[in-house]
Write a protein that binds this ligand. Structure first.
Ligand code: RP5
Length: 171
């Protein structure tokens, strides 16, 4: 089981997950937020096991003025949708790869929100967790020049890594 990073005193992004067993997947988001120097906080909250805490956390997210909440869950993944129901803070949903159905259940549970309460939904697993963090960075970059500069540097380094690949033929 991976370690969750320590909370920031003044988080801009909330990262929540339905179980400690989601932490290996969600670590991809935490690592990128750290790399981009975006303060965040992490919580384990379950739509099924701790339903009362969802509304409490949603109120906290509003009070802190979080830019968004990244919410990862697997199986019957109600956490992102229920959080979105409780708050106007944008929710970025990450379907965690489940054991029984490889995350297809998680994906459909998160993406198939009825009209009126949106959840931005990302890919299943680590790719989704990483892209949710990059999307959070893009949201913050609209008003934070430092985040914009670091996000541009990340993208440039990613491009350079392809150009530096010995199999890249220059076309
Ligand atoms: C969901 O149930 C969690 O998000 C997790 O992906 C899944 C399984 O949880 P555990 O039984 O491993 O705690 O609520």
């Amino acid at each position: 089981m991976s370690d969750l990073s320590a909370d920031s005193a003044s988080p801009r992004v909330g990262v929540v997950m339905g179980s400690r067993s989601d932490s290996e997947t969600m670590q991809g988001a935490l690592d990128l937020l750290s790399q981009l120097e975006i303060p965040y906080e992490v919580r384990v909250l379950s739509a099924h096991r701790t339903p009362g805490l969802l509304s409490t956390y949603a109120a906290r997210a509003e009070r802190l003025g979080l830019a968004c909440i990244i919410a990862g869950a697997g199986g019957a993944a109600h956490l992102p949708g229920m959080l979105a129901a409780f708050t106007r803070v944008p929710v970025l949903g990450v379907p965690v790869q489940s054991r029984a159905l490889s995350g297809q259940d998680s994906l459909l549970s998160i993406v198939q929100m009825p009209a009126g309460v949106p959840v931005a939904t990302f890919a299943i697993g680590q790719a989704g967790a990483k892209n949710a963090a990059l999307f959070a960075a893009a949201l913050l970059a609209t008003t934070d020049a430092g985040v914009r500069t670091r996000l541009e540097a990340f993208r440039a380094a990613q491009t350079q890594a392809v150009l530096d690949d010995p199999y890249f033929d220059g076309h």
